[in-house]
Write a protein that binds this ligand. Structure first.
Ligand SMILES: NC(=O)c1ccc[n+]([C@@H]2O[C@H](COP(=O)([O-])OP(=O)(O)OC[C@H]3O[C@@H](n4cnc5c(N)ncnc54)[C@H](O)[C@@H]3O)[C@@H](O)[C@H]2O)c1
Length: 303
């Protein structure tokens, strides 16, 4: 049985990952200050749940040394881009100093097999094509910059400790337990309020939406296989959908017409038109295929 520590485990992706890891005979531990996450999202005893802030270096070190995990999955971060833009110091401090605190505590462990760092597609520059792991990185915003810094810190950690490090660049997650007002929960909320004319911003940008359950199976397979060095994997679906495509998926599942009204205050001034993952490296490494389609995912959200 492996001891796995998940920072940010009470969040959106963390809660899906915990459900997957619980199927595989692991002992799980979570560090989360519940600033965005929700304790009810995860089925875990209080003994294994630590409500602490990753900025609290001493507590982080004490708890991590007491748990002495075999694997660490570092998800805790501030991640909603509009929030990061409005709170650049708070979010970059958590994403950079918080990551340093986790890495510092991890470097003192004697039985850590590997560490997985949650990075993001936001490290890539604007591109009209699917992006690959060895493409140029050039974040557009403070969030992407803070995550790219996290990747560099992980690289330094690996060089110093030789502990294997997996960097996963997540694309746009969707599924249950959303914690931030992203596009899909925003559409869902308006539809659940019985609106059939919904207010949105730009309609043409395309994003690579991957269901959190597919992300969780891929991360579990990666953690089981990866045992040396440091490597980076895109974690997306490899298909991009426009805002209009998503609204149409809701229409199909509801069997009703949804009208869209463009609200100028929602239109982003800086916008990528495409963000698509090339996932060939991940697929061939773990022999995995994403399973949940947009329609299946939307169907479960509407239930
Ligand atoms: N959701 C996406 O589409 C997406 C895309 C790319 C990358 N990511 C990355 O994946 C990870 C998980 O994202 P998510 O969507 O589940 O977000 P989330 O906000 O639901 O999860 C983050 C968790 O970290 C916790 N947290 C935040 N600050 C903390 C602190 N100072 N101390 C302790 N805990 C703290 C929050 O309470 C929350 O439970 C993040 O690192 C995020 O940057 C997410």
């Amino acid at each position: 049985m492996k001891k796995i520590l998940i920072t940010g485990g009470a969040g959106f992706i963390g809660s899906a990952l915990i459900a997957e890891l619980q199927k595989h005979n692991n002992e799980l531990f979570v560090i989360d200050n519940l600033s965005f996450g929700n304790r009810q999202f995860i089925n875990m005893s209080d003994e294994n749940f630590f409500n602490i802030d990753i900025l609290d270096k001493q507590k982080v070190e004490k708890v991590i040394s007491e748990i002495s995990p075999n694997k660490i999955i570092h998800l805790a971060a501030i991640h909603f881009i509009p929030y990061c833009n409005q709170h650049p110091f708070e979010s970059s401090n958590i994403n950079i100093q918080g990551t340093l605190n986790i890495l510092n505590a991890a470097s003192k462990l004697t039985n850590l097999d590997s560490l997985l760092f949650a990075s993001t597609a936001a490290v890539y520059p604007i591109s009209d094509f699917g992006v690959k792991e060895n493409d140029r990185v050039e974040p557009l915003d403070i969030y992407g910059l803070s995550k790219l810094t996290g990747e560099h810190l992980c690289n330094e950690f690996h060089l110093k400790t030789n502990i294997p490090v997996l960097i996963c660049r997540f694309f746009n997650a969707f599924g249950p337990n959303e914690t931030n007002p992203h596009l899909i929960p925003e559409i869902q909320n308006q539809i659940n309020s019985r609106l059939r004319t919904i207010k949105l911003g730009n309609l043409t940008p395309k994003r690579d939406f991957i269901h959190t359950s597919d992300m969780a199976t891929a991360m579990n397979l990666l953690l089981n296989k990866f045992d040396k060095g440091i490597d980076t994997f895109n974690l997306g679906r490899g298909i991009e959908y426009s805002v209009t495509d998503i609204v149409e998926a809701f229409e199909r599942q509801l069997g009703e017409k949804i009208n869209i009204e463009i609200e100028p205050s929602r239109v982003r001034k800086v916008e990528r038109m495409h963000l698509l993952a090339d996932i060939s490296k991940l697929k061939s490494y773990i022999n995995w295929e994403p399973k949940v389609s947009i329609d299946d995912g939307v169907k479960t959200l509407l239930k």
